[in-house]
Design a protein around this ligand. Structure first.
Ligand SMILES: [Zn+2]
Ligand SMILES: [Zn+2]
Length: 236
């Protein structure tokens, strides 16, 4: 556990030091997590103001390749800072807390849809080399350990796109178009196209990244594509 001594684990909420077995400081930090309660969109799970509506504004007016999705937290200041440290400051240990919370709060959703495989949204190899890890995969492999549903790198990112957060809605769609392809080698080891896939990522904002992934999977013959993310942006 030399790594734990040199790099003691930190709290995903306040980034304070933790004891080795802790995942979060305690009630004070836990209470800051923006758990989604109340009405949600039936497709993407985004919180919606109007509890008469079944779908959010986006899902009402657009067709999606992802049939259904679920997120556990709102993408507020606490979570945007937490995820930024997870992705850009090397806080890989957050994956343990994040995946435990996904299992606790989205366990029913995973069981209900029982996907054949989890597929983490891939990074381009250049970004992967620079970062040293794919944050979505850190979560997916923990979900695999807990559920027995394998995490498979079924997709490759073939274009090194701009970070989505730097773009507006329309440019996001263009930016990720044709950015993904099937990972043929993994597909061979899997022995064929799975019937159902649950994509794993950290955030759902406009959904354009997950949609670009889902389109590749659907075109390859996957019947049902679902997603599971930590956070989701606001609905209208
Ligand atoms: Zn804390
Ligand atoms: Zn929606």
């Amino acid at each position: 556990m030399l790594a734990a001594v040199c790099y003691p684990p930190r709290c995903p909420v306040c980034d304070g030091l933790l004891w080795v077995d802790e995942r979060i400081c305690g009630a004070e930090c836990r209470n800051k997590l923006p758990e989604i309660d109340g009405p949600r969109c039936l497709r993407c799970s985004k919180p919606i103001e109007n509890d008469e509506a079944e779908y959010c504004y986006d899902c009402e007016r657009r067709q999606f390749h992802c049939e259904r999705g679920y997120a556990i937290w709102r993408y507020d200041k606490v979570m945007s800072e937490s995820i930024a440290r997870f992705k850009y400051k090397g806080r890989r240990e957050y994956a343990a807390f994040y995946s435990e919370e996904l299992l606790r709060l989205a366990g029913d959703y995973i069981r209900r849809y029982a996907p054949e495989v989890f597929v983490p949204v891939p990074l381009h190899r250049k970004r992967m080399a620079a970062r040293g890890y794919n944050q979505a995969e850190l979560i997916a492999v923990r979900l695999e350990r807990a559920t027995g549903i394998p995490s498979i790198r079924l997709l490759r990112r073939i274009r090194n796109t701009l970070p989505q957060k730097e773009l507006n809605d329309k440019d996001r769609m263009k930016n990720v178009g044709a950015a993904f392809a099937l990972n043929e080698r993994r597909l061979q080891s899997l022995g064929g196209i799975p019937d159902s896939v649950m994509l794993i990522d950290d955030i759902y904002t406009t959904g354009s990244t997950l949609e670009a992934c889902a389109q590749v999977l659907k075109d390859a013959g996957v019947q049902r594509v679902l997603f599971l993310t930590l956070c989701i942006g606001r609905g209208f």
